[in-house]
Structures are given as structure tokens and as C-alpha cells.
Design a binder for this molecule. Sequence first.
Ligand code: ATP
Ligand code: LTN
Length: 329
Amino acid sequence: MFSGIQPTADSFHIGNYLGALRQWVALQETHDTVYCVVDLHAITVPQQPADLRRRTRVAAAQLFAAGLDPDRSIVFVQSHVPEHAELAWVLSCITGFGEASRMVQFKDKSAKSGAEAASVGLFTYPILQAADILLYDTDQVPVGEDQRQHLELTRDLAQRFNHRFGQTFVVPGPYILPDVAKITDLQDPSIKMSKSASAPQGIIDVLEDPGSVRRKIMRAVTDTDGEVRADEEAKPGVTNLLRIYSALAGVPVAELETRYAGAGYGTFKKELAEIVVDALAPVRERTEKLLANETELDRMLATGAAKAHALAGPTFARVRDKVGFLPAS
Ligand code: ATP
Ligand code: LTN
């Protein structure tokens, strides 16, 4: 199982935590898991070097702090394993220009700056993602629904390469995370909570201080009918808060509706705030501890990279041979 997350913010948010991190931690119990901080993906949009360096460490620290165990999962930084970029080049040479042009995430992300200003790297990013996945003989890729099209491209490229050059890659099946809480923006429940699209008031960060978490939850947009009840259409704000509560406390939404019947939003929000603060506190504390010892964190990442390289190297050696590159030595 392989998945990746971009180091594009100074903290992950609670959507990333519930939709990715927590699932990744659970999956290491049952699968061989490889998780990557995808810094090569991050530079598809401009990054300040000092920010990227800091955010890569913060991202890795949060993965360990959330519960990824370096003895059970391979956790590494993408740019430490050069085969990602090398395989992406080879795959880009069997990807059609039209095929790449159909990726909707490029259309969404480039809409901000205009397609003219967007980088070629942002355009070819799904091919790099395919390389990430195929290097590890991956069977399944735990991601949200928004990544489905990239997984389909990955499957197509694997099959095309195998057909053209002979059996080389495992064709991954999709693994769209089941029943995963899709967390929306606290101020605008019609959009997903997002590192890049949400305003600070709409986001709860994993590393945020408790006072700020409480304030944001108390100010989260609700509605005027005053009933703590899930209704995606009529009450998207309250529904989102119920979803966060339910996911963190492990209590079904229906039970929460009963518990808070007639209680009003104030009481509900206050108790939710404490649930969130209590859930995030240990992750924040462990992250701070890991970041306080950079040498040790870098060592953990070097170990992860060595393990990843031991898997990716032989895969790329197969590719070299199939494509007809001369042996390098
Ligand atoms: P960006 O806005 O920069 O695209 P993001 O906040 O959308 O960032 P990603 O790095 O694209 O986050 O996603 C990392 C992982 O977190 C993915 O597996 C994605 O499915 C999951 N994820 C992101 N946002 C949410 C959300 N609001 N609710 C649930 N899961 C989410
Ligand atoms: N594109 C993904 C991040 C990502 C990824 C991957 C996910 C990069 N490489 C490989 C799964 C497998 C995103 O933006 N969430």
C-alpha cells in the first residue's frame, strides 16, 4: 500500500488528519505500507526554499506523531529516492498529451493562476504520482475521491508499459478510502477544508493552539433552526461539525443527535471543541518533540529513504532494461 501527502503548509488540518493520516495509521496493522512526503509534487507551484525545508520536516514529524511506526511503515521524503523523478520521465514518454490534458485537478489548480502561468510540472504531476505508486509494486493506494482520476491514469500507464515492453509493473487497484469523513470549511461548508483554498478561520490545524481551536469552533457557521441534527442539504455546517465529532469520539451521528436534542448549538460546540482539543493535543506534543531533535528526525527519514530505495531501485532496474537503456556500469 502506498500513499503520499504534500508538504505545502505549516500544519496538516483536521481534514487531512481524519481523511488520510488516521487511515494510514490504521492500515499499517494489516498491510505493508509505504508513505511519502511528496516534496517533488510541492514544487509544481512556487515554494520558498526555507518554507519547503521546514514544512517537509513538519509534515514528516506529524506523520510519526499521528502514529506511523518506522518499524512497521516505510516513511520517507520523495526527493531522497531519485527513481521517482527518473521513472516519471520514462512514463511521461508513454503518456499522450491529450491524455494528460484531461486531468481535472490541473484544470482546477491552474485556474487560480491561469493555464498560461501554470508550470509544466503542475501539468505532468499525475505522471509523477503514477511513478510514485508503480515503483513499489503497489496493490492499493489509500486516497480520497479527488484522486480517482490519477489512479486510473496510473493503471493505464502500467498496463500500457507492460503491453509494450513486457510484464514489469503491478497494476494497482484503486482503494478509495471507504466511509471517510469529508471535512468541509468551517466558514463555508460548501467547499472542502483545504490547505490552499480555505481561509484561516475555516481551517482547524493539527498543530493549532487550543484557544484558537475553541474560538474557531465556536464561530463555525451553522444555521438558524437551532437543532443539532445532520442534514447535508439544509444544514451543511452543523452536519460537518457532527461528522468531526463522530469521527473523533467514535460515536455514531444518530447517537449524537439524541444526546444533543434540545441542547442548542452553544453546548454542542463547547463539547465538540474539547473533543477536538483532546484529540489533537497528543499529536501536537509529539510533533513538537520530534521537531526539537532535527538530527534524529533526519536520521529516521534517512532510514526510511534507504528502505524505500531498496524497493524502488530494483523496479527501476527492470524498467531500464525493458526500455533498452544500457547498463550504467
Ligand atoms: P491542497 O489544498 O494543497 O490541495 P489539501 O488540504 O486538499 O491540500 P492534500 O495534500 O491534497 O490536502 O490531501 C492530502 C490527503 O488528505 C488526501 O488523501 C486527501 O484525500 C485528504 N484530505 C484533504 N482534504 C480533506 C478534507 N477536507 N476532508 C477529508 N480528507 C481530506
Ligand atoms: N496527489 C496526491 C498526493 C500524492 C499521492 C501520491 C497520493 C502524490 N503522490 C501517490 C497517493 C499516491 C494529493 O494531492 N493528495
